[in-house]
Design a protein around this ligand. Sequence first.
Ligand code: MN
Length: 298
Amino acid sequence: MKQCIGVLGNDQGHWVGDGFPVRTLFFYQEHGQQMSPFLMLDFAGPAEFSPSEKSRGVGSHPHRGFETVTIVYEGEVAHADSAGNGGTIGPGDVQWMTAGAGILHEEFHSRQFTQEGGVLNMVQLWVNLPAKHKMTQPNYQAILNDGIPRIVLHKIMPNQERQTIGAVRIIAGSYEGIKGPANTFTPMNVLDLSLQKGETWTMPAPEGWNTSIVVLKGKLTAGELEAGNVAQDAQMLVFSKSGQEATITALEDTSALILSGEPIDEPIVGYGPFVMNTKEEIAKAISDFNSGNFGKIH
Ligand code: MN
């Protein structure tokens, strides 16, 4: 059994461009080894935007050495990048972008969402690449809601009837032998969880993997209900590497994101939008970017 070893969270928000009011729930500079292969998580919203003519978001900027994973729950984000990819990410959709050797991209509210306004509720997760893949060719996986398997969770009642307690959506990795659509460079499970108030669920989480649960809405407890192992909106439960499963109970109807992955046991050296293994590689990333080697967005 994995033990809950802490609760992370952040009440202090900041804006990414003028479109994304985010709370950074963890960042590799403090929790790099504890969260590896995950580097960072920004929880954007839920925030209400009024109708506008001007697109809100963040303009062209580079990335190198890792992947950005955008999971949209409400609202709509439009994306374009220097590899020629682009598209709209709507509710339930996931964009898994491999920056690899280098990409420029821009992230804005979609035209329609901008004009109509509404609630934006999304996550951007940064996933590290192992050294041997940091300079891989940029790639883009547009994963639509329809392509993400959803498994209903049950409990068995005393009369042997099955009762629904929640559901799991498999974005990456697998659950109960069913695979998610995202291709990843290292083994991991990225799962959306909904769990009804009062229900308990034991999730599989391999021995040696870093595992955490980000509460997007609601409240969860791990193990016994006591101070230090309850997480609510914009907080996360962090579990020990050792042990093969983790048990949680929903204290409210809860939506959460499960992050579990085999740690990448390598140095993490980052600067702004670049995450590499050495200072020299960061200096090279900056000089490559300044030389225009990241291409341009068409
Ligand atoms: Mn970006």
